[in-house]
Design a protein around this ligand. Structure first.
Ligand code: ATP
Ligand code: ZN
Length: 746
């Protein structure tokens, strides 16, 4: 290293009495994973080299924190007050494009950049290289003479005589003895310790393995994707194909092309924990599993995966929305499967839509993104229509399988018996299905036994004390539970309001109640519940999928966790218990979402040789959503939805942003909400509705008010909102959340 420490420039004589000022410290700004308004300046200590993107440890108050060097120092803090960077971590720096992405997301969602950074640093500890482990090899042979030999000791020594050093637990396992035997040998000096640095020998996905023989349409789609990958420039493509058309097979070709070009690939799935079949298919196609990223990973798995992404060892990452914030150095393709899925929207912390942010990420990096769905979001459909997105269509199911036949059951005419929920014609269809050795599925998007418990004596409804919500009976677990907070009580015998005994009645069905009915109707059939309550963790889900595949189950009863992605060839009947659920309420996307969900559920039926049937139970058979489903006329349904939105200047033709004011003290919340109402930016084109109590006026103990800003598409709403918020003083007890492009209006 060249010493550049000399402070006086050569060739100048300042004369006597002049003292050179101390050199200004080198400073950089460091972004911390905290909701602070900006990055802070730190001093770079002598001897340390840092560059933008480096992960560093810095002091903040009494703490030390992990941060990322964001750029040159801003110089607002006096030199003397500047605190030094404590250390730089030995990991590849955060790529520049990711830093720009974090800034972009922060600006778009109006979240502090540090809050966005926190999502990118969710594997704290991944900075440290994995710890070396202690292993043993043979030590001083002279010590052997003093050793009392036993058969177990002999086996350990024999193992090490012609094998590599191993950790004690492994040695003990291989020698068939206790770890104590190994430790005893080490204490006697017969074995000596060595430190092993763990290496990660990862099997890499192999793009050169042959895929299935693609049909003409599939091959054309695959070629188009390969071309976009080869172009290596930004493009957004909608891969739109009916359920079972082979969308996955087609986009696997895109993955192969990106891998061949030496690029990393990110695949976002709505519920990665449910994707057992997807992972299996990937491993079959590419000979190795992808890296996974989701909330069920252990801390060690998260750290290892984070590091593998950063070093480039991870070539394909499949994950939930947060996988978007991993530090890919060589990302070359992003895929979003089930792009219409509402779970891509994160509703707390930084409120963002992973699908939209992914498009921005692809744009910043200049790479292709592919949005995949059988029922695209209206936004994406319109973007494709307007040629902002490219489009690949797969209009038919693979292998000549037909689309299932859809039928409405009018519950006003075809009535279930009292306190039952399945119409006689659906029961008949189930009977036929079982008789022909096929499988069925009943869908009801409601967990638990009953959504409401009512006192027949006084009319009291059991409600959550912390939320504007009823307590849901979970009979199997013997409890009443709020689905919004953690509140749980044991099942009650006595009405808490009037004290009457045995007067509490379950109202309406949840999946557990349907299971009860089915067990009474078909005692000989093997039924199983598939909900987030009954299936905890990826193992349970994988096991359930296997049982259905192996036909150990005749009838599945489940919520939306059952609706996605699964391919069960013997499943030929789908019954939707309540097709009207979700159509009520004033939600902008209620119709669109119900259509998407029901189409997806229906898509589970008849995916192989045997044709499928779908029955939708409804009280509103004339509703446009249900009519669109039975007629199969998706295009006119989308056209009508688009027209409606157009007329009312709703997204994607107009912009929405919501402010949610919340706090534990209702008065303070109300005061802030009113102040926001008074100072709202209203003009000829910009409207603000509210403040109004949110539909969940109380949630987890917080009172909530909402305001909704509506503006034309051309208006950039963030600066308007920033000005607006700056005009209102918000006490520390009240929180104002900004939700740009809201999906939830609750
Ligand atoms: N060309 C092909 N050769 C062999 N099998 C195929 C081919 N295309 C699709 N398949 C099989 O058909 C089934 C459905 O395909 P796939 O799951 O890719 O469809 P999809 O459009 O992604 O379905 P969904 O949207 O309903 O999840 C799968 O079992 C898949 O392996
Ligand atoms: Zn609650």
């Amino acid at each position: 290293m060249v010493d550049q420490g000399s402070s006086s420039a050569p060739g100048f004589d300042f004369g006597d009495g002049w003292e050179a000022p101390p050199p200004a410290p080198r400073r950089v700004s460091v972004l911390l994973p905290l909701p602070l308004p900006e990055a802070y300046d730190y001093k770079v200590p002598a001897g340390l080299d840092v560059a933008p993107g480096d992960y560093v440890e810095v002091p903040l108050g009494p703490r030390h924190l992990l941060g990322v060097v964001w750029g040159p120092g801003a110089g607002e803090v006096a030199d003397g007050k500047l605190r030094p960077i404590a250390q730089r971590f030995d990991v590849p720096p955060m790529p520049e494009v990711q830093r720009r992405f974090i800034d972009w997301v922060a600006a778009y969602t109006m979240a502090p950049p540090g809050a966005v950074l926190r999502m990118a640093l969710s594997a704290i500890g991944g900075m440290e290289p994995p710890k070396p482990v202690t292993a043993y090899r043979l030590g001083d042979p002279g010590r052997l003479a003093e050793l009392r030999m036993t058969p177990a000791r002999r086996r350990v020594l024999d193992l090490l005589a012609d094998g590599p050093p191993r950790p004690p637990a492994e040695l003990a396992l291989d020698a068939g003895c206790g770890v104590g035997v190994v430790r005893g040998l080490a204490d006697a000096g017969v074995l000596e310790p060595v430190l092993l640095h763990p290496t990660r020998d990862l099997p890499l996905p192999d793009w050169s393995l042959p895929g299935p023989h693609l049909s003409g349409e599939q091959a054309a789609g695959a070629a188009a994707l390969r071309a976009r990958v080869a172009a290596g420039a930004f493009s957004a493509t909608l891969l739109d194909g009916v359920t079972g058309s082979g969308k996955t097979e087609v986009y696997f070709e895109g993955i192969a092309a990106a891998l061949e070009a030496g690029k990393q690939v990110l695949v976002l799935l709505p519920e990665i924990a449910l994707s057992a079949q997807w992972l299996e298919r990937f491993a079959l196609r590419f000979g190795a599993p992808p890296h996974q990223w989701h909330s069920d990973l252990s801390g060690a798995q998260r750290r290892a995966t984070w590091r593998d992404v950063a070093t480039g060892a991870a070539r394909v990452v499949v994950g939930a929305r947060s996988a978007l914030f991993l530090p890919y150095p060589e990302l070359g393709l992003i895929l979003i499967d089930e792009e219409h899925d509402p779970s891509f929207k994160q509703e707390d912390g930084v409120i963002y839509n992973a699908r939209d942010m992914a498009v921005a990420r692809a744009h910043l990096a200049g790479i292709p993104i592919v949005l995949v769905s059988a029922t695209p979001s209206l936004e994406s459909a319109i973007n494709a229509e307007a040629h902002r997105y490219g489009r690949i269509d797969l209009p038919a199911r693979h292998g000549g399988a037909s689309m299932p036949e859809m039928k409405l059951i009018d519950l006003r005419l075809d009535r279930p018996p009292r306190n039952r929920w399945l119409a006689p014609s659906l029961v008949q269809a189930l009977t036929e299905t079982f008789a022909s050795g096929e499988q069925g599925m009943l869908f009801l998007n409601r967990r638990g036994y009953a959504p409401l418990t009512l006192c027949r004596n006084c009319g009291h409804r059991l409600q959550c004390p912390n939320c504007t919500a009823w307590l849901v009976e979970h009979r199997l677990a013997g409890k009443l539970q709020c689905h919004h907070c953690d509140f749980t009580v044991k099942l009650l015998d006595v009405c808490p309001s009037c004290g009457a005994e045995g007067s509490l009645t379950a109202c309406g069905p949840g999946v557990e109640r349907i299971a009860e009915e089915v067990t009474q109707l078909f005692p000989d059939q093997r039924t199983a519940l598939m909900t987030s309550d009954s299936l905890v963790g990826p193992h349970a889900i994988r096991e359930m999928v296997r049982r259905v595949q192996d036909h150990e189950i005749d009838l599945l009863i489940g919520t939306q966790v059952m609706a996605k992605g699964h391919h069960f060839p013997m499943l030929t009947l789908v019954g939707v218990v309540d097709a009207d659920l979700g159509l009520g309420g004033g939600d902008l996307r209620a119709a669109e979402r119900t259509y998407q969900l029901l189409q997806q559920v229906a898509g589970r039926a008849g995916r192989a040789e045997r044709p499928g049937r779908v029955f939708l139970q409804t009280y509103m058979p004339e509703h446009p959503v249900l009519q669109a489903l039975v007629s199969g006329d998706r295009d006119s349904f989308y056209e009508r939805e688009a027209e409606e939105r157009h007329i009312h200047a709703m997204p994607p033709f107009g912009r929405l942003a919501a402010l949610i004011v919340s706090g534990e003290e209702e008065g303070a919340v109300e005061a802030v909400a009113r102040a926001l109402g008074r100072t709202a930016p209203r003009s000829e084109t910009v409207q603000v509705l509210g403040p109004a109590p949110a539909p969940y006026a109380l949630l987890r103990g917080r009172h909530r008010r909402r305001l909704l800003l509506k503006a034309p598409r051309a208006v950039s709403v963030q600066p308007l909102i920033a000005d607006w918020l700056a005009r209102v003083e918000v006490p520390g007890t009240v929180r104002v959340q900004v939700d740009i492009d809201p999906y939830s209006f609750l």
